[in-house]
Structure formats: C-alpha cells, structure tokens
Write a protein that binds this ligand. Structure first.
Ligand code: PSV
Ligand code: MN
Ligand code: MN
Length: 388
C-alpha cells in the first residue's frame, strides 16, 4: 500500500519552472490574437509568474529568454523576482530570429555568422552570472531544407566546436541543457533532431552538459518515457520542456492532449529518483497560450503536472515488482492503471489547504481581481517575442 501522506509530502516539494514567454501574446504564423493586460516588459512577466506561484505554491522559478527578456540590470530583475516570492531560472538563448541565421547559427557555413551566434551564447552565460541561474538552455533551429544544401558532417563539426566553446565558459554549478527537435524550421535535416544527437554531444562535452526533453519535439508515436528512462539511467536527463502536442510542435497545455503519456513520463522520473532532494532535473513548461487566457493557462499547466506526478507517486511499486518478476503481464499493467485511474484532485486540494492556499487555484485566481487589474493598468502589452 502506498502511504498517501508520504505522497503529499513529496508533492509539497515539487517545483515547476514557468516560461516568461507564456505570458505574452502569441499565435501562429496566421494570426496573433492580442489579449488585454499582457506584460509590457520582463518585470510584468515576473509579476504574472509570481501570481501563478501564489495560487499553486509550486512554481518557484521563471525561465528567461534572451534577448526577449533583456533588461538594463539583471540584478534588479532578480531582486524584483525575489520581492515577488520567486526566482529567475533557466536562461534560454535565442539564435533563431536574426536574418543572419537563415542558413544556420552555430552550424552556418559562414564563420562570421558562427562567431556572432557563439558570442550570443557566451553573453547568455554572462546573464547567468548575474541572475545566478544554473542552466543555459540551447535550442538550435539550424538545419537544411534540401538534400545537398550543406555538408551534414561539417555542420556537426561546427556544432561541436561551438558547444565546446560555450561549455568551457561555464563556471561553478552552471550547466548546458541541450534541446532537440525533429523538424521545423528546417525540413530536410535538423542539426540536433533527436535525443540521441543531443546525448552524444553532451557525452563529449562532459558532466555539466545534459539533455533537455521537450515533449512536443518528437515524431508521432514516439515512446517518450523510454527516452526519459534511458537518459535518467545514464545520468543525462537535465531538463524538461513540458507541453502537449496533437500534431507537431503545438505548445499546448501540458497534459491536455495526452494526460496518460504525462503520467507514464512522470512514473519513470519518480522511480528513477527524479524528484529526490538531490535531483538536478529542471521541470519547465514551454508553452504558448494562443487563444486561452495566459495566467489561468499556466495555473492549469502546473496543476496538470502535479496531478500526473501524484498518480505516478501512487503506483504501488512493491506490487508492481512482484507482478513483473512473476511475469504477470496483466497484473503489472493493472497496478499501473490503478494509480493512473485514481482521482488525485482531493489529495492535491488537501496539500494546498495545508500550505495555506485555496484548494482550487483557478477559482482563487478568478476571484482575486488580478485579471481585471492588469487589463486596466497595462495598455499596449507585447507579444511573447515571436515577431515582437
Ligand atoms: C523551439 O520550438 C522551442 O521549443 C525552444 O525551447 C525555444 O526556446 C522555445 O520553443 C520558444 O518558444
Ligand atoms: Mn522547447
Ligand atoms: Mn518547441
């Protein structure tokens, strides 16, 4: 039998990092629908992230995207975050929105453009020095659209050289978390298309380079929990970018499209020690709320991760091991499904009450008047960065 109080205790320590860009207007290449009250600067994004934390108690950090979140003083931004009860988290580099990067950033055949991209990555480490952030998240849009367009192996050499330059610049507990993506914006080859490519580069770099699994970046049907299990066994799972996909890089609310998949992923995390006190996995969201209101969208996302985690923690692992060792296929599956089919909303409501929070964070947010306040105060809010 699983001890529900022990489960609640672990859930009380869970921390989910929010993306600053989730609070700005976003959309598709067809239309960005502007919403009222969206942040006009990084300080207002911090305020909104803090609001999500105030209602959930589980979102202690906010990830920055540079240059979208550039400010005069990152020390001041860090102070604003601390005053609001949260911390600045992962620094995301952006080498995908400059005309120079049409043929790639760090893998570009032109050494001048490669040097420009590497300078940006190094500048992001400078930002980390000021914010105290541990992780630099690297996602490269680099790749090719047509067979023969560039030399695939030479691009890997350029990528490796750039990664080493950035890795050598890290100090203290700083890390690189290297993300991958199957396709888009490049359609023939991506230079980091999958976890294996990321893993291989991280192995070459060393201890402080880990893989970032963005749940939206795989081919349909990919068994993501296998990737998670493999990377955790190898000590190379550094971070998650959580979101949901139906088709491609949809960036929908995590757990919305396939809550069962999220449960399966978190079961691997939990059983491999990913929620232990010494775990170094960053649990981030990477989402865009195109048509739904952003702050409740983030609150819902945090709650979805909490619910999937609670179910994963409720798996009776002793009974599971007995069934597995006995070759009891249906019995083992039933143990897992029992946990998944448990309604954990009451358990999480109890936890929130113990933390002095409302049992229902979304209702509490709606009652708080914050949405009306920011709509009245913030005129001319910005896009998330996409096209801003
Ligand atoms: C790319 O699709 C990505 O997942 C990377 O993490 C970027 O930094 C992020 O989206 C921007 O939304
Ligand atoms: Mn991502
Ligand atoms: Mn993505």
């Amino acid at each position: 039998m699983v001890d529900r109080d022990a489960v609640k205790k672990i859930l009380g320590t869970q921390s989910i990092e929010l993306p600053s860009w989730a609070f700005g207007n976003s959309g598709t290449r067809f239309k960005v629908f502007a919403q009222q009250g969206v942040p006009r600067d990084p300080y207002e994004k911090i305020a909104d992230a803090a609001r999500v934390h105030a209602h959930t108690g589980a979102a202690h950090k906010v990830a920055l995207h540079i240059p979208w979140d550039n400010v005069d003083s990152f020390t001041d931004l860090g102070k604003a975050a601390a005053d609001a009860g949260i911390e600045l988290g992962t620094v995301n580099a952006n080498v995908f929105q400059d005309d120079d990067y049409m043929l790639g950033s760090v893998t570009n055949p032109d050494p001048r453009i490669r040097a420009k991209a590497i300078d940006h990555l190094l500048a992001c480490v400078d930002v980390m020095d000021q914010t105290g952030s541990r992780d630099l998240k690297l996602w490269f849009s680099d790749g090719t659209n047509y067979p023969g367009q560039d030399n695939i192996r030479a691009r890997q050499d350029r990528l490796s050289e750039a990664l080493h330059k950035v890795y050598d610049r890290l100090t203290g507990d700083q890390r690189i978390v290297l993300e991958y993506k199957l396709f888009e914006p490049a359609f023939y080859t991506m230079d980091v298309p999958d976890w294996g490519t990321s893993f291989a580069h991280c192995l070459q770099l060393g201890e402080r380079a880990k893989v970032c699994v963005d749940t939206g970046h795989h081919a349909p049907g990919t068994n993501i929990e296998f990737i998670v299990a493999f990377l955790m066994r190898a000590g190379k799972l550094g971070a998650f970018d959580f979101n949901s996909r139906f088709y491609a890089d949809d960036d929908l609310i995590v757990g919305a499209a396939d809550p069962f998949q999220l449960f399966r992923i978190l079961f691997e995390v939990v059983t491999a020690g990913g929620l232990d006190a010494d775990s170094e996995i960053a649990f981030m969201l990477d989402q865009c709320h195109n048509i739904e209101p952003k702050i409740p969208g983030q609150i819902r996302s945090v709650m979805n991760v909490q619910e999937a985690t609670a179910k994963a923690l409720l798996v009776d692992t002793d009974a599971l091991t007995v069934a597995q060792n006995a070759g009891d296929v249906l019995g083992a599956n039933a143990v897992l499904m029992d946990a998944y089919n448990t309604d954990v909303r009451g358990l999480l409501g109890d936890l929130r009450e113990e933390q002095g929070l409302d049992r229902d964070p979304i209702a509490a947010y709606h009652r708080s008047g914050y949405a009306e306040k920011i709509a009245a105060e913030r005129i001319g809010g910005h896009q998330a960065g996409w096209g801003a």
